[in-house]
Ligand binder design. Structure first.
Ligand code: AMP
Ligand code: MG
Length: 266
């Protein structure tokens, strides 16, 4: 799955990335078994991650509407101890948030060392919806690519590990998922008339995403394009990337407090 993670300076045409891709190593059943294993590994790794308190992990989830951000949060993060993680959704900014720079609300939600933070939408909305819906002039949003890269570099230099996932679905898959939201009363709450307006802007969004993926992939904060039409494969890709990243940190439990060796509990 390594090829799904981009490298700095890459060019991206989303049409070349198949949202139906499911790799060649797993089918649905074996992927579910593998996901169980990954959950167990994630739980073990999270414990040493928390205990060592050396790094923070920031997971950014972006997708088109109905792309599966909520589903990814619940399926993939099932493996984590809630005490050491927090999910932050980013909605339309409040009046107070709008009276600050766009990164103000984001920075406040960045996880502390030892913690895992998941962003359901993020600062990338400020170069996506803001661009497509023309909520700010180009001069403003275009300057944000560089501002985002410097912000993420600052975080990375301060021991925040950053993983960014673009959940890539097809237009047809989005149509089916939005239709289900309209037709199923238990899913009505997930859809608003504005989602249907966004849908008409599909190609503008794809273009905006392509530029985000190209301009804001850095070695310290890479994007992974997750084929997301098949939920089981989406969950597998995200979980595998998190586990691999946590393993690569080669963390150890901290040494015992001085004097602990002399203490006996009778
Ligand atoms: P949902 O994630 O479905 O609850 O919807 C949240 C909505 O907030 C989406 O329509 C986003 O595009 C919108 N949103 C998030 N961040 C921003 C932002 N910075 N500016 C404008 N709209 C935003
Ligand atoms: Mg929505």
């Amino acid at each position: 799955m390594e090829h799904l993670t981009l490298h700095e300076g890459c060019r991206v045409k989303l049409d070349d990335w198949d949202p139906d891709d499911t790799g060649k190593d797993f089918d649905k059943n074996s992927a579910l078994t593998e996901l169980d294993t990954l959950h167990q590994q994630m739980a073990d790794l999270q414990e040493v991650f928390y205990a060592s308190g050396k790094y923070a992990l920031l997971i950014v989830l972006q997708a088109m509407d109905a792309g599966g951000k909520d589903g990814t949060v619940s399926h993939v993060m099932r493996g984590l101890n809630p005490a050491g993680c927090a999910v932050t959704p980013f909605k339309v900014p409040s009046a107070e948030e709008l009276s600050h720079d766009f990164l103000w609300r984001i920075h406040k939600a960045v996880p502390a060392r030892g913690q895992i933070g998941i962003f359901n939408r993020s600062h990338y909305e400020d170069v996506l919806v803001v661009r497509v819906m023309q909520l700010a002039p180009e001069k403003i949003w275009r300057a944000r690519f560089e501002q985002i890269n410097s912000f993420e570099k600052n975080l990375a230099q301060n021991n925040v590990i950053i993983l960014k996932f673009f959940l890539h679905i097809s237009h047809t898959e989005q149509t089916e998922r939005l239709r289900a939201r309209l037709e199923d009363p238990t899913k009505n709450w997930k859809i608003t008339p504005s989602d249907l307006e966004m849908r008409t802007k599909w190609s503008d969004y794809q273009k905006a995403y392509e530029e985000v993926l190209e301009c804001c992939t850095t070695e310290y904060a890479p994007w992974t394009i997750v084929p997301a039409n098949k939920k089981w494969y989406r969950n597998l890709v995200v979980a595998a990337k998190i586990v691999k990243t946590l393993k690569s940190l080669d963390l150890h439990f901290p040494p015992p407090a001085p004097g602990l060796e002399k203490i006996r509990i009778e």
